[in-house]
Ligand binder design. Structure first.
Ligand code: FAD
Length: 310
């Protein structure tokens, strides 16, 4: 059995594995895809001390640092079920999709999240070529350009306000007949001179020239009329879905499906910790996930040294 089993190999999981391994205990990492979301990122310019890097490079560096220690790296392994320990201090079990079971005295869940896609033609093709999901990350790439934000909930409206200060012009597209964001955000948005809002607007296509985004097409749901907006970028802001479906019924989740953690990364299950985008901790960013992963590892270690000797 492992002392610490990390489930997920993104920035949170990698940081947790490194911090745990440096305590000289038995550590394993099981991940569907080592590196996590970072693999899908073009350029990263906001990880402190690294002026600029790209996603694949950053992901490779994460894995290399984990492998520098005596960590059992189990890549391409999807966890399907978590079985809490039967008695205090007992072993927690993690069932893998291929049938195996891993046992550990403590588990750190760091399975991350995924952005909900609009699923229109052009979205996949132009990902990282104008189609973006993170205004904090990619906003500055569109300085002086016209962009659109798809989604008028809190995250879409926040993104539009944020981007309006960075880019030339923002067109916000909302499917429903009104913006669903908090009133204070909506009135802030409406006060901005370089923002245009379309409600009742169904995005039908993200257009491009083969190498980058050139615009977006939407249908006015009231009139049926088709419109084309010329743009350099499209920010899709229709929700971030935590990869926690397999934990339903065992670990406490928020109404958004995020694992509920306290300030030390404890979940409601003894010996089970969580970190990164899969948790209730706000602001889904690499630097934050990494910090939370380190914290969860220290909390797991703290938990282990308090267990009676077996
Ligand atoms: P993730 O990176 O999502 O990693 C989750 C890990 O868990 C992966 O290894 C995954 O395979 C694994 N996993 C999931 N489910 C299971 C399961 N059931 N069993 C086993 N393993 C599982 N942030 C920035 O700070 N700067 C940026 O420039 C930036 N750009 C971004 C660009 C894009 C396109 C995207 C999508 C995100 C970007 N982000 C950026 C956000 C950043 O990538 C995330 O905040 C960060 O990766 C979260 O780390 P994490 O370890 O919590 O989760």
């Amino acid at each position: 059995a492992y002392d610490v089993l990390v489930v997920g190999g993104g920035p949170a999981g990698a940081a947790a594995a490194v911090y745990a391994a440096r305590k000289g205990i038995r550590v394993g990492v099981a991940a569907e895809r080592m590196g996590g979301q970072v693999n899908d990122t073009m350029s990263i310019e906001n990880y402190i001390s690294v002026l600029e890097t790209d996603g694949p490079k950053f992901a490779a560096a994460l894995e290399a640092q984990v492998r520098h220690y005596e960590v059992d790296v189990m890549n391409l392994q999807r966890a399907e079920k978590l079985i809490p320990a039967e008695e205090p201090g007992g072993l927690v079990q993690v069932q893998l999709a291929h049938g195996g079971v891993l046992k550990a005295r403590s588990v750190i869940l760091s399975t991350g999240a995924r952005w909900r896609n609009v699923n229109v033609p052009g979205e996949q093709e132009y990902k990282n070529k104008g189609v973006a999901y993170c205004p904090h990350c990619d906003g500055p790439l569109f300085k002086g350009k016209r962009v659109s934000v798809i989604g008028g909930g809190n995250s879409g409206v926040e993104a539009a306000i944020d981007l309006a200060g960075v880019v030339e012009h923002v067109t916000l597209i909302e499917f429903a007949d009104q913006l669903k964001a908090d009133a204070v955000l909506v009135s802030k948005l409406k006060s901005l001179p370089n923002v245009e809002i379309h409600v009742n607007a169904q995005t039908t296509e993200i257009t491009g020239d083969g190498s980058k985004v050139t615009g977006l097409k939407y249908k006015d749901r009231a009139t049926g009329e088709e419109h084309t907006v010329p743009l350099a970028g499209v920010f899709v802001q229709i929700g971030l879905v935590p990869n926690t479906e397999f934990l339903k019924g065992t670990v406490e989740l928020s109404r958004f499906g995020e694992i509920v953690v306290d300030a030390k990364g404890h979940t409601n299950v003894a010996g089970v910790f969580a970190a990164g985008d899969c948790t209730t901790v706000p602001y889904k960013q690499i630097v934050i996930a990494a910090g939370e992963g380190a914290k969860a590892a220290l909390s797991a270690f703290d938990h282990l040294i308090r267990q009676p000797v077996a």
